[in-house]
Design a protein around this ligand. Structure first.
Ligand SMILES: Cc1cc2nc3c(=O)[nH]c(=O)nc-3n(C[C@H](O)[C@H](O)[C@H](O)COP(=O)(O)OP(=O)(O)OC[C@H]3O[C@@H](n4cnc5c(N)ncnc54)[C@H](O)[C@@H]3O)c2cc1C
Length: 418
């Protein structure tokens, strides 16, 4: 009989882990307290851009953002009321804002993401039906110095055998992306990168899982675990007990509560991001766009346009701030030729954020059959296939093809509480 695995969480990270565990021959069940793919994995921008693998803590970030951080409309916002709760997390984050840690994180993430585009192609070849656009990505800027700085930043990937970014002058852009306003002075292009419509992706993977015999159990909350010394025997849910040979926690920003039940501290915070979707709107935008100075992104899908962005630290709640939605619209207005409609569907999602900017992918310390995959921060959609594959290889074969040491879930054990 095949070993029985339970994946907790049917976001894109859990669904892709389930896909690769099933591919390795396990009997897999996925349990989610809501419906599959409806957490952070739904209203995001869907960029498939391994070139953006650098961890968020970066040299100079705090200094650059300090003045704007307490403003509700700025790209990075920290709610003053959440500061006491966040202080330990922010301290660890601040300590990682240095060149050496950022470079080591970039190297580890690029190694993990080396097969991202290929894995997306193989999903499509395997019959997973989802909306994917192969038109490339443009990082657009209003200021020439900011454009050059982003170009230098992104060029770091060439040291790791990734195709380097390309510079586009204002004249070239007019032909390549006519939807941009005259205020845009140029762009950095990543022509090989893509974007997907995230709900279609989660739905497509969930359908493929079902056809492979995976059971997806919605609207069922995992409350805890039954242990026997160094292993987990069962998952305890609102609907009863499920016996397991292996458990993988992929519960996004809420994973820390569950690893805590198993004695492992993961200091996850929600990096809240917002999006506004305009169903039926075709703005004629050819590329996925990153609106540089405002850190806002724009994705044109087949039947809708989405503007997304912002990073808000205000605790694990899902409160939606109208001021931040206004900030997104205002950002788009500065870069796009045509203004966006006033009304759109506002959404807020909780990015699972660890303070060193790296995910936690691996075995939980002290437990032989319990694993976690979370902390994918701003990159969960594009990292999910690679992290799912690595987790499945580790749990079934005992080792992954890529080095998972930088993502060790035990790295926060014994540190000060945050
Ligand atoms: C505005 C915005 C834009 C973004 N754009 C991009 C992008 O362009 N490209 C990219 O790669 N990434 C992007 N991201 C990041 C990406 O969305 C996340 O990294 C990713 O969705 C995280 O996936 P997840 O599966 O870990 O979490 P989730 O999608 O949140 O899934 C976790 C699941 O666990 C379930 N769960 C939690 N607790 C329990 C429990 N106790 N029992 C059972 N189930 C439980 C939840 O219901 C949920 O379904 C963006 C994020 C935001 C907010």
């Amino acid at each position: 009989m095949a070993a029985r695995a339970v994946v907790v969480g049917a976001g894109i990270v859990g669904l892709m882990a389930a896909y690769h565990l099933r591919r390795q021959g396990l009997d897999v069940t996925v349990i989610d307290r809501a419906d599959p793919g409806m957490g952070c994995s739904s209203g995001n921008a869907g960029f498939i851009c391994p070139s953006l693998s650098a961890p968020l803590p970066a040299p100079g970030l705090i200094g650059r953002s300090l003045r704007s951080m307490l403003s509700r409309e700025s790209p990075l916002y920290i709610a003053p009321s959440a500061l006491p709760l966040l202080s330990g997390w922010l301290f660890t984050f601040w300590r990682r804002c240095n060149a050496a840690d950022n470079e080591a994180g970039l190297a580890a993430m690029l190694a993990l993401n080396r097969r991202t585009i290929e894995l997306y192609d193989s999903l499509a070849e395997d019959g997973v039906a989802f909306e994917m656009h192969r038109r490339g990505l443009l990082f657009c800027f209003l200021d020439a110095r900011a454009l050059q700085a982003e170009y230098e930043e992104l060029r770091r990937i060439a040291r790791y055998d990734y195709a380097p970014p390309e510079l586009r002058a204002k004249g070239e852009l007019a032909a390549e992306e006519p939807a941009l306003s005259d205020a845009v002075v140029g762009a950095v292009a990543l022509p090989r990168e893509r974007h997907v419509e995230p709900v279609s992706l989660a739905k497509g993977v969930a359908e493929r899982l079902r056809s492979l015999g995976v059971e997806i159990v919605p609207r069922t909350t995992v409350l805890g675990f039954e242990r026997n010394q160094g292993s987990v025997r069962a998952v305890l849910t609102t609907e009863g007990r499920v016996a397991v040979d292996l458990v993988a926690i992929a519960a996004g920003a809420l994973s820390g509560r569950l690893t805590g039940e198993l004695g492992v501290r993961l200091p996850l915070q929600a990096g809240k991001g917002y999006s506004v979707t305009y169903p039926g709107l075709d703005a004629g935008i050819r590329h996925a766009l990153y609106l540089g100075e405002t850190k806002t992104v724009v994705s044109q899908y087949d039947g809708a346009l989405r503007v997304a962005g912002t990073m808000e630290f205000s605790g694990l709640n899902q409160r939606l701030s109208p001021a931040r939605v206004r900030g997104l619209r205002a950002a788009a207005r500065r870069y796009l030729r045509d203004p966006l409609p006033e009304e759109g569907q506002a959404w807020v999602g909780r990015r699972p954020m660890l303070p060193d900017g790296l995910p936690a992918i691996g075995r939980l310390p002290g437990l032989e059959n319990a694993f976690v995959s979370t902390g994918h921060a701003t990159n969960g959609v594009f990292m999910a296939p690679a992290s799912g594959l690595a987790l499945a290889q580790l749990s079934v074969r005992g080792a992954a093809d890529v080095d998972l040491a930088p993502f060790d879930p035990g790295r926060f054990q014994g540190r000060q509480r945050s």
